[in-house]
Design a protein. Structure first.
Length: 150
């Protein structure tokens, strides 16, 4: 890193499919309709809280395996600071013409089942880069892209 120090910061992703699946299982519900019936705001609150359920376990594991992170100043993906940083980065990528229109990638089996067939012909603007693939699935190498993740 050219002699520069890099702080290793812990982070808590408070969104996404794994979080939603865990909360759905805890509530014994499944799918969009049941989430809406339960209440989206209440469901989202449980999703945010569920991430921190394992905080102590992660910190303990991190110490045990010698993977030290700054747990006192973590990034949390639902905070305004984090969200504004992502928008700032997207703006910078756009200004440098690094964003382009491409196809969504099927990242997991569940995602593939839900999205790939529906979005096969639709296009989405996302920060992305091309990824090589030896797969002969519906999401072929020519169409496959991966979103930049922060």
């Amino acid at each position: 890193m050219l002699g520069q120090g890099v702080t290793r910061i812990a982070g808590w992703d408070t969104h996404g499919l794994p979080v939603e699946i865990e909360v759905e299982k805890a509530l014994n519900i499944n799918g969009k309709r049941e989430i809406e019936a339960y209440g989206i705001e209440r469901f989202n609150k449980l999703c945010r809280e569920s991430v921190f359920k394992y905080k102590a376990d992660w910190e303990s594991l991190s110490d045990r395996i010698g993977y030290w992170l700054d747990y006192e100043h973590p990034y949390i993906t639902y905070t305004n600071n984090y969200i504004e940083t992502v928008w700032w980065l997207l703006k910078r990528l756009h200004e440098k013409s690094l964003l382009y229109r491409g196809h969504k990638v099927c990242r997991t089996v569940r995602a593939a089942a839900r999205r790939c067939r529906r979005t096969k012909s639709r296009r989405a603007t996302r920060p992305c880069r091309r990824i090589p693939s030896t797969s002969h699935s519906r999401c072929s190498a020519e169409k496959a892209i991966r979103r930049a993740s922060w």
